[in-house]
Design a protein around this ligand. Sequence first.
Ligand code: DON
Length: 584
Amino acid sequence: MKKSSISAVLAALLWCAAPISASAQAQAQAPEPQPIISGWARALPSLSRNGMVVSQERTASQVGLDILKAGGNAVDAAVAVGFALAVTLPRAGNIGGGGFMLVHLAGSAKTVAIDYRETAPASTSRDVFLDENGAYSAQKAQSSGLAVGVPGTVAGLAMAHARYGSGRFSLADLIAPAIALAREGVLVDDDLADSLPHAERRLGRWPATRKIFFRPDGRVLGRGDRLMQPELAETLAAIARLGPSGFYEGATAERLVAAVASAGGRMTLEDVRDYRAVEREPVRGRFRGREILSMPPPSSGGVHIIQILNVLEGFPLAEWGQNSARTIHVMAEAMKHAYADRAEHLGDPDFATVPVRGLTSPAYAARIRERISLESATPAKQIRPGHPHAFESDQTTHFSVVDKDGNAVSNTYTLNFSYGLGLVVEGAGFLLNNELDDFAAAPGAANAYGMLGGAANAPGPGKRPLSSMSPTIVLENGEVALVTGSPGGSRIITIVLQALLDMIEHGMNPAESAISPRVHHQWSPDELRTERGLSPDTIRLLEGKGHAVRVQPTIGSIQTIQRREGWLYGASDTRQRGGGALGY
Ligand code: DON
């Protein structure tokens, strides 16, 4: 725990223990609200009063905090964090990928969703990821230039700044810390040192990538080395000078197109020039009197979090207890229905009609609830997508920001795999995504996360592949109460769901929620995945109900800020090294 949190907790304890002085004095000077730290808590969040940034990498959190302290709002800080993570957390932070941002503006009580998901080049055909026998080709969909979508991050961050920044900082001001970090280099420790060896084979395929991430002796950089990114610094400087056209036009665009072509892709200068971020209405739901706001299609995250919460609202989970067999059982059953619907109905809303209202309606959830037996698991093959008209590792990254005025940003962005395609754009210094594997290459063909899909998520020119990224904001009485999100591929939806249940239903603080064992069911495969930490008794009870329980490596990396009575409580998931929940 950080020093500031320790002193705040001590202050709270001392305040509780202080003798009650004259009541007149107490009335004249109402005490400041004190942080609510339960004596039962086994994990404590960071505390602050004025503003907080929680991200997966501490230097980037510090960049955001500096902007908040200098008078920036949550959006200014988020934009600066977004660019900084592209330098300090290159496996997921990016300018060569895409993502989603939710912005809540306290003044106008308005929440907007910025969709900066990558788009497929105009040359993308329905069967682009199939081999000569018509079967899904992981090589094409995950490891070639065909997998690269036109990056959206620069357009998205620039849109957020232009529309919702405080006006006190130029885009160049917010990019400046990232440029300095790229130019001066960052020490390889924590996340970089842990993640680079795992990606060595993917990265080592490309000379432009080796130049940056490898030592002269041919091995990836290790603990204590310095990651220098001078070409990335120049690209960031071009964006600072020219705005998004410093990325989407001119030399950077030409280098991007050449890099994609060198890896067998077919992206054109027009594809890049025509990229647009899109502002959308968040998807909305209610759970236990709170308003849940999350990402609409082309992410599936918000729709299915709300769908599952609607189903679960009919069960007394708080009474049953967090992670009891009964609670996990009904969660898993609700997850199966949601992921079956995802495979059938979800896709880019600009190309397919997505029944968002039906999927998120409490009446539809009631139908699903009727089909859930408390005694036994329904085999996934008996669950079909409904009629609502009427995996591996954590390579995406999320950050949450709240400022002193109660504005909030919840942002998840990604390159898809760790370090994306692994290909750095020669001369421009940034890594490219392999996001187009999130399309359904063919009916019945599972992608890297085991996800199935249909026509609604088929590859096509200009389309955005379906995502699971779920940046989420919860409002209580119209004010921000929670800001959260996580990486985790197909599991993001259930990770964020469990964080919401932990804090709303089970009364946990963000740190307690972050350390709780997580579970996941995605309909196909028909298995209930769990982390270590569930008791053997609980697992036996779940198996007794018919669940195929698989204990597997960790799930997700949640980055949460909770806001209660003037205090901010932050927690960066402990499943990864190097995160930072920093406030002032
Ligand atoms: O958009 C999606 O759903 C995936 N491309 C996200 C990938 C991801 O979270 C990888 N990290 N675990």
